[in-house]
Write a protein of this length. Structure first.
Length: 209
């Protein structure tokens, strides 16, 4: 079973508290989401493989560790996942970016696909599927289904806020995928929104509500 990592870093906790507030402006919300994503991906990449190389400093020759490869892929779930991309790219600018378009049917709360475009060599890459919210888990499960169907294997899922129900659904559907969350909340309400949550992440990122 994949592991669930809930970050306890003070900066992540503080910035996550700020994005929950109704008084946070669209501009500040967008910046905070980017910053939290950057902090989260920094921690989630601790197991990236290294190799030893020899370099020359201004003083002498020496051996140092560098990333064994930069075969990374970031796959945001549209549209809210786009808000996390720039923060991650600031740390790993050579990563490829795929896109998966899903929306939640307002009646059934089930995910509906409308777009999927991934790097052609997705099978050899460390993949980070990202979405600010993990509520029912339906969108995350479907997105990872699509990635795997196109050859993706080494997958991690990153989100800002998660409900226990969504975590359980995702773990049961994809037990090989580790889940990284900034905050694990109490529950889903009758409208399938996370409580206490932060509202609709996409609307708050793009100022559409």
């Amino acid at each position: 079973m994949g592991k669930v990592y809930v970050f306890d870093h003070p900066l992540i906790q503080h910035k996550t508290a700020l994005i929950r507030q109704t008084t946070t402006s669209t501009k500040d919300f967008r910046e905070l989401v980017k910053e939290i994503a950057m902090l989260m991906v920094y921690e989630s990449m601790r197991d990236l493989p290294l190799r030893e190389v020899e370099i020359e400093t201004p003083i002498c020759q020496t051996k140092v560790n560098v990333l064994e490869g930069e075969d990374l892929a970031i796959v945001p779930i549209l549209r809210a996942g786009l808000g996390m991309v720039d923060g991650i790219l600031q740390l790993v600018p050579n990563a490829k970016v795929g896109h998966i378009g899903l929306y939640r049917d307002p009646e059934t709360h089930e995910p509906v696909e409308y777009y999927c475009k991934l790097p052609h060599d997705i099978g050899k890459r460390q993949i980070f599927v990202i979405d600010p919210m993990l509520a029912t888990g339906g969108s995350a499960v479907a997105a990872i289904d699509f990635v795997k169907a196109r050859g993706g294997k080494n997958i991690k899922f990153l989100c800002l806020i998660a409900a226990p129900e969504g975590i359980d659904i995702l773990q049961n559907a994809h037990p090989d995928v580790d889940i990284f969350v900034a905050a694990k909340d109490e529950r889903l309400n009758e409208h399938a929104y996370i409580v206490p949550g932060l509202g609709d992440a996409g609307d708050r990122i793009f100022g559409t509500k």
